[in-house]
Design a binder for this molecule. Structure first.
Ligand SMILES: Cc1cc2nc3c(=O)[nH]c(=O)nc-3n(C[C@H](O)[C@H](O)[C@H](O)COP(=O)(O)OP(=O)(O)OC[C@H]3O[C@@H](n4cnc5c(N)ncnc54)[C@H](O)[C@@H]3O)c2cc1C
Length: 419
C-alpha cells in the first residue's frame, strides 16, 4: 500500500480524540494505527455536550455529519443555560445570552460517538486490547510503544490520546517529573430521570426547554434534556473548597452510592431539586480529576491531544471540544503538503506554540466557572454579582478562531524556511 507521507503514526488510545484523529489522518493517506486498551463493549454510557467550537472542529475534520446521524438530534441547536436558585421559590438568577455567530451544540452518548467514528475507519487500523505501558526512543530514533501483552510497536510519531491517566503524558513530562493529575475535591453524582415522572411528581421548573443549573453553596445541579427532552440527565456537583487539591487520588473513581447520601448533602435545597433527587434512583458518584496546566504537549515525536494533555473540570462542558481543537490543528499541520519526516520536530513545535496556551485558558476558566456556580447563597446577596460574572463565560470558549492558529503556524514554518 502506498502512503502520502514518508512517516508512520501510532495513536495511543481510541477514545473520542484518538478515533477522530485516525479518521482524518487515514483519509489524507497517512499510515496510521490506533492502539486501544479496551474493547468497545466495556464503554461507559456517559453523555457529552459539544459546543459551537467543538462542532466547528468536527466539521473541519469532516466527521460531523456521521456523528450528527448517530445523535438523537436532527441538527445542532442552541443550548444556552439558565441559572436558578436551588432554594424555594427557585428565582431565576440569569439566562445566558451569546454573541457567538452560530451558537449551536450537540449532545451525544459517548458510545454513539465512538460507533459513528469507528464506522469511518478501515477495521485494520484499530487494534483493541492493546494497553500501552511505556514509550521509549530506540537508538535509530524510532519511537517504541510497549504493551501489557509484552508486544511492542515501532513508529515515527506517537499521538498520545490515552485520556486522563495517560501513559504518553508520562513520556512527555519525563519519568521523574511529578504527575500533574489532581483530585480537586469535586464529586459528581449522575443519573437519568424520565421527564414525565418529574412532571407527575410536581416539579414546576421548566426542564425541557434549555439546560438548567440549580445554584447552591458549594454545590450545584445541572439538568440537561436529552432524547428529545423525554429524559433529563442530572449531575449534582459537590465541592469542598476548604481543602487544597490532592495529589493522592480517591479510589475508586466511579462508584454506586445510595440516594440517601446525596439527599443528605442537599437537604437545604427547595421543592423541585428535592423531587428530582427523589427520582435519581441509582446515582453513580464520580470523583472528578483534573490536570494542573501542562506547559508542553510535545517531547521528541510524541504529541498529546485531549484529556491526556488538559483534562479539566467539566463546568463549561468544554473538555472534549478542546480535544477536537487539538486534533484539528494537529491534522492541519501533519497533512500539509510540505510536512515530512525530516521536519516533523519543527512542525510539532508549532502545535506546541498554539495549543497549551489555548487549552489551559479553557481549563482555568472551567475551574473558575465551578467556583462561581457554587458561590450562591440568596438572590438578595448574590443575584446582581452572578449576573455580571456569568455574563460572557462561554464567549472565549465558543468563538475562538482556530484557523488563525493554523495560519500563524504555517507562517512561522515559512519564516523559518521549514516549508
Ligand atoms: C462528569 C463529566 C462530564 C463531562 N461533560 C462534558 C461535556 O459536556 N462536554 C465536553 O466537551 N466534555 C465533557 N467532559 C470531558 C470529556 O468527557 C473528555 O474531555 C473527553 O472524553 C476526552 O476525550 P479523549 O479522547 O482525550 O479521552 P477519552 O475519551 O477518555 O479516551 C481515552 C482512550 O484511551 C484509552 N486508553 C487509556 N489508557 C490507555 C493506554 N495506556 N493504552 C491504550 N489505550 C489507552 C481508553 O480506553 C480510552 O478509549 C466531561 C467529563 C466528565 C468527567
Amino acid at each position: 500500500m502506498s502512503y502520502s507521507k514518508d512517516f508512520t503514526v501510532a495513536i495511543c488510545g481510541g477514545g473520542l480524540c484518538g478515533l477522530a484523529c485516525a479518521v482524518a489522518l487515514s483519509r489524507a493517506g497517512i499510515s496510521v494505527t490506533v492502539f486501544e486498551a479496551s474493547s468497545f463493549s466495556q464503554e461507559a454510557g456517559a453523555g457529552v455536550g459539544l459546543g459551537p467550537n467543538a462542532v466547528r472542529a468536527l466539521k473541519g475534520l469532516g466527521i460531523f455529519d456521521a456523528i450528527l446521524a448517530r445523535s438523537d438530534q436532527p441538527e445542532p441547536i442552541p443550548r444556552l443555560f439558565g441559572f436558578v436558585s436551588a432554594k424555594d421559590p427557585h428565582d431565576s438568577i440569569f439566562s445566558y445570552e451569546t454573541k457567538c455567530d452560530h451558537p449551536v451544540a450537540l449532545a451525544i452518548y459517548r458510545p454513539a460517538f465512538l460507533d459513528a467514528v469507528v464506522e469511518l475507519l478501515d477495521p485494520s487500523i484499530i487494534r483493541f486490547g492493546k494497553r500501552c505501558t511505556s514509550i521509549n526512543v530506540s537508538k535509530d530514533g524510532k519511537h517504541v510503544m510497549h504493551f501489557a501483552d509484552s508486544t511492542t510497536h515501532e513508529t515515527d510519531l506517537i499521538i498520545g490520546a490515552d485520556g486522563i491517566r495517560s501513559v504518553a503524558r508520562r513520556f512527555v513530562i519525563g519519568e521523574l517529573a511529578k504527575d500533574p493529575l489532581i483530585y480537586p475535591n469535586t464529586a459528581a453524582y449522575r443519573g437519568l430521570v424520565p421527564t414525565e415522572d418529574l412532571r407527575r411528581a410536581g416539579v414546576q421548573t421548566e426542564l425541557t426547554g434549555r439546560p438548567l443549573c440549580f445554584l447552591g453553596l458549594d454545590k450545584h445541579m445541572i439538568c440537561f434534556p436529552i432524547k428529545g427532552a423525554t429524559v433529563i440527565n442530572i449531575v449534582v456537583f459537590l465541592s469542598d473548597y476548604d481543602k487544597p487539591p490532592q495529589s493522592e487520588l480517591p479510589y475508586p473513581w466511579v462508584e454506586s452510592v445510595s440516594q440517601e447520601e446525596l439527599k443528605e448533602h442537599c437537604k437545604d435545597w427547595g421543592h423541585d431539586p428535592k423531587i428530582i433527587l427523589d427520582h435519581l434512583k441509582n446515582p453513580s458518584k464520580w470523583s472528578i480529576h483534573a490536570l494542573d496546566p501542562l506547559q508542553n504537549y510535545v517531547r521528541d515525536k510524541v504529541v498529546l491531544v485531549g484529556d491526556a494533555s488538559h483534562a479539566m473540570l467539566p463546568h463549561l462542558g468544554a473538555g472534549a471540544g478542546q480535544g477536537f481543537e487539538d486534533v484539528f490543528v494537529l491534522v492541519q499541520l501533519l497533512t500539509h503538503p510540505r510536512t515530512e519526516k525530516s521536519n516533523l520536530s519543527n512542525v510539532l513545535a508549532r502545535y506546541n506554540d498554539v495549543r497549551p496556551p489555548r487549552a489551559n485558558d479553557v481549563l482555568r476558566a472551567s475551574a473558575r466557572a465551578g467556583r462561581l456556580y457554587d458561590s450562591f447563597r440568596t438572590p438578595e446577596q448574590d443575584k446582581t454579582r452572578l449576573q455580571t460574572k456569568l455574563s460572557g463565560i462561554w464567549e472565549d470558549v465558543w468563538s475562538y478562531d482556530l484557523h488563525k492558529d493554523v495560519t500563524t503556524s504555517f507562517e512561522t514554518l515559512h519564516r523559518l524556511h521549514v516549508f
